[in-house]
Design a protein around this ligand. Sequence first.
Ligand SMILES: [Zn+2]
Length: 186
Amino acid sequence: MTINHLARRKFTPAQLLALARDNARARWRRGRAVVPVRSSDGVTPYPTTYPYGVKSSAYAAGRHTGEDHACPVGSLAVATAPGTVEYAGPASARWGSAYGNQVIVRTADNRYDYAHNHLSSWKVSAGQKVQPGDVLGLTGATGNVTGPHSHFEARAAGGRYGSDVHPIRVKVNGPARRARLAKAKK
Ligand SMILES: [Zn+2]
């Protein structure tokens, strides 16, 4: 089902959030990208406003290592792929204080970590299993930022700064994509 303005009127806030979650899971199954940031009511996905890989000497890696989604503080940071929460809390304990507060998820295939950064708060804890669309935390403006946004970054599992991969790998890697790849190999 598509979440539209009609749905906004017809459903309670809790039902809207459930619809957004189900929508993300359906996208994952069909091999379509799950947007990592949604409005606080779950209805509106926030698009990428500064993409992955832009070359800039402003970054130690020489490029933007994630993708940014400009969004108001308190927007929903949602899981893009099934996995297990690796860490939730101040990034000073993991990726570094520049990332503010973060939630890191290890993908179910154990190949990648993806993280939502600059969060105002987190809603999950280490060891928790998550599915696409699950709310991991609320966006914010913590760490090195010029304004409220989500910096969504994917790395090789356990990787350090600079081991980033294109975020699409942790947004479109579900059964539908694997089936397509297997078919293409034959
Ligand atoms: Zn960024």
